[in-house]
Design a protein around this ligand. Structure first.
Ligand SMILES: Cc1ncc(COP(=O)(O)O)c(C=O)c1O
Length: 454
């Protein structure tokens, strides 16, 4: 470990308990126990303030795609701060890295997603995508096209619009009333929603439900459908073959825009550069964040098609949407170097290879386990879904917080993973080697056995 400082863990934990209001955390438990404080990272590893080493089996929050400690990203940030730290992109201004990054991303996104607006993160990106969808129809003289279809188990962020699209009930509790105009359909979650069906039959069932909802709401009132190519936080829902093509055909038929939420999937995680490429569909808008900078600095954005951009830029009026930090020069400079690394090291391919290896190792270690319902994933997005009974698929008692208890147990094994839906979510940096993936699988399996028995 080459950390540059030593730390007083007790003091830090006491300050955290007193002053740090954590997101997406059990505040009562944190107030009692305090956080695990990470002070250093290199590759797929993190070290806590006491020098204990962990595998970062969740790549931060599915975002540290190139792994920790990439000095060239530090240099890119420092050089840009020296040149100029901040130039807005409002009111006709821009900086060289914002322009270069927009052009670079336009060349990377599939099809004619050639126009980029930047944000600071995923929720802002989805808010932007949803607002652009409404704005597009408004400019097209169809101001009644405002509703949004999303999927149950989908996660799109916690700002009010993105939250309204999010189909995970716990994120809504206590924050009502929600934004009107959002409707949901079932996830392509074959384990529970498509039992006993072939993939083709399952797609037919989901499409019938989508068609029914569109008929009920009226296509003339629906602006967009938003979905993650592979659903992440809701439980790593991997769509069956043919799903995205069928959804995209229905939306086209009804003149509904398709927004791909590439916040997790983008920049290599599914095994292709973008999830839409992995599943061979063409969105009208793609939102991104996370992997675009590998989390070294906050950045997100949306890519829109020529048709949408032409429509938006035709009238002689202001587009009244954006964030102070849209196109932050330092973030864009880091993103450019980060994309260099992703391409140079062909990280999408490694995500595919190491992800398949990880799941093969999880199968080797856990296939016989009485509580393992399903091990599934794509690229470096994996879940071990847990049940109390494998035949009936009955869930473990949520009151015992099984996922949380297991992810805490894996920390004792030196592995950081995350409670996800009814299981353990695993999403390491895309640079992970097969040997490291084996160690990660062993840590996860040991945590599961520790809590649930062999
Ligand atoms: C698919 C997806 N969309 C959007 C978001 C929201 O991103 P952020 O937390 O950067 O606002 C997330 C965050 O995990 C996500 O997984």
């Amino acid at each position: 470990m080459t950390a540059t400082q030593t730390w007083n863990t007790t003091e830090l934990v006491a300050k955290d308990k007193a002053h740090h209001l954590h997101p997406v955390s059990n505040l009562k438990a944190l107030r009692a126990n305090g956080p695990l404080v990470m002070a250093h990272g290199e590759g797929v590893y993190l070290w806590d303030t006491d020098g204990k080493k962990y595998i970062d089996g969740f790549a931060g929050l599915w975002n540290v795609n190139v792994g920790h400690g990439r000095h060239e990203l530090a240099v890119a940030a420092a050089e840009q701060i020296d040149d100029v730290a901040f130039v807005p992109t409002f009111f006709g201004l821009a900086s060289p890295p914002a322009i270069e990054l927009a052009a670079r991303l336009a060349s990377m996104f599939p099809g004619d997603l050639n126009h980029i607006q930047f944000t600071s993160g995923g929720a802002e990106s989805n808010e932007t995508a949803l607002k652009i969808a409404r704005y597009y129809w408004w400019l097209k003289g169809q101001p009644e096209k405002i509703k949004v279809i999303s999927r149950r188990m989908g996660y799109h962020g916690i700002a009010m619009g993105a939250l309204a699209a999010t189909g995970i009930p716990t994120y809504h509790e206590g924050f009502g009333p929600g934004v009107p105009g959002y409707v949901h359909v079932s996830a392509p979650y074959k384990y529970r929603n498509g039992e006993g069906l072939t993939d083709a039959e399952f797609v037919d069932k989901l499409i019938a439900e989508l068609e029914e909802l569109i008929a009920k709401e009226g296509a003339r009132t629906i602006a967009a459908f938003i979905g993650e190519p592979v659903q992440g936080a809701g439980g790593v829902v991997v769509p069956v073959d043919g799903y995205w093509q069928a959804v995209s055909d229905v939306l086209k038929k009804h003149n509904i825009l398709l927004i791909a939420d590439e916040v997790i999937c983008g920049f290599g995680r599914t095994g292709s550069m973008f999830g839409a490429e992995e599943y061979n569909f063409q969105p009208d808008i793609a939102s991104f964040a996370k992997g675009v900078t590998s989390g070294y600095i906050p950045l997100g954005g949306v890519a829109v098609t020529d048709e949408i951009f032409d429509t938006m830029s035709e009238p002689d009026r202001m587009f009244m949407h954006g964030f102070t930090y849209s196109g932050h020069p330092v973030a864009c400079a880091v993103a450019l170097k980060n994309i260099d690394i992703i391409e140079r090291e062909d990280l999408p391919t490694n995500a595919r290879v190491s992800g398949d290896h990880l799941r093969a190792e999880l199968h080797r270690l856990l296939d016989g386990h009485k509580n393992v319902g399903e091990i599934r994933g794509k690229g470096q997005m994996t879940i071990v879904e847990l049940v109390s009974n494998r035949d009936t698929k009955e869930k473990l008692d949520p009151a015992t917080n099984p996922s949380g208890t297991i992810t805490a147990a894996t920390r004792k094994q030196g592995v950081i993973v995350r409670p996800t839906n009814d299981g353990v979510g695993i999403a390491p940096p895309l640079i992970i080697t097969n040997d490291e993936a084996t160690a990660l699988a062993e840590g996860v399996a040991a945590g599961i056995v520790d809590v649930l028995g062999g």
